[in-house]
Design a protein around this ligand. Sequence first.
Ligand SMILES: C[S@@+](CC[C@H](N)C(=O)[O-])C[C@H]1O[C@@H](n2cnc3c(N)ncnc32)[C@H](O)[C@@H]1O
Length: 218
Amino acid sequence: MEEGELLYRVAWACTGRGAIVEIGSFKGKSTIWLAKGSLAGAGAKVVAIDPHTGSAEHRQGDQPVWTYDEFLANLRRAGVEEMVTPVVATSAEAAARFDQPVELLFIDGDHRYEMVRQDFDLWFPKLLEGGYLLMHDTIRWEGPRRVARESIYRSRSFRNVGFVHSITFGQKVAQNTAADRRRNRYLLLLHIVYDHLSTVRVPPALKRVAKAIFTRLQ
Ligand SMILES: C[S@@+](CC[C@H](N)C(=O)[O-])C[C@H]1O[C@@H](n2cnc3c(N)ncnc32)[C@H](O)[C@@H]1O
């Protein structure tokens, strides 16, 4: 399975009892996967939060970044404009005024550790029990990887933990069981090995085989 397909499937499985929230939309690629999945499922709108001024890696020199127009155009082209509620704000600004329960939370905003930590800490309490958290770039990116390991793989509040390439996901529970924790530790071990392997230069065909093996091991 690819990352986009994972977003689609989890959004499709949402029941509609909470919102679908995305932190970090950029030009809408992940937003479109979430919106299409939700459209095929219960139809909850995707709340897409982004100041649209880019992250450090998008800013080249003094050039200002503004991705909102391209974001809207891409949603329109994909036919999902009606499924998305854009919020042009930082995650912290949006969290302060967002008072609905969340059924799916996708974190892909600022990748610095303190910022990913802040995103997690502000939004995790809004996530419903049974809801899913997905975090992008937990492979090879120090910030998201550390937060995922501290607060998903090693947490007492997640079960059904796993990863699809760089996305780590987990289902929130009041308290996971000893069996859940053993499985989460096993997944953490797989994640560490996969992360190391991702730094090795191998032909694309071999990468595909490795991905398939890691999917089977989960
Ligand atoms: C890696 S990109 C997101 C990619 C997007 N999810 C996709 O699949 O194409 C990171 C985005 O996070 C946004 N961002 C940066 N700081 C943010 C913050 N504090 N709150 C929300 N979004 C932020 C940036 O503007 C940028 O568009």
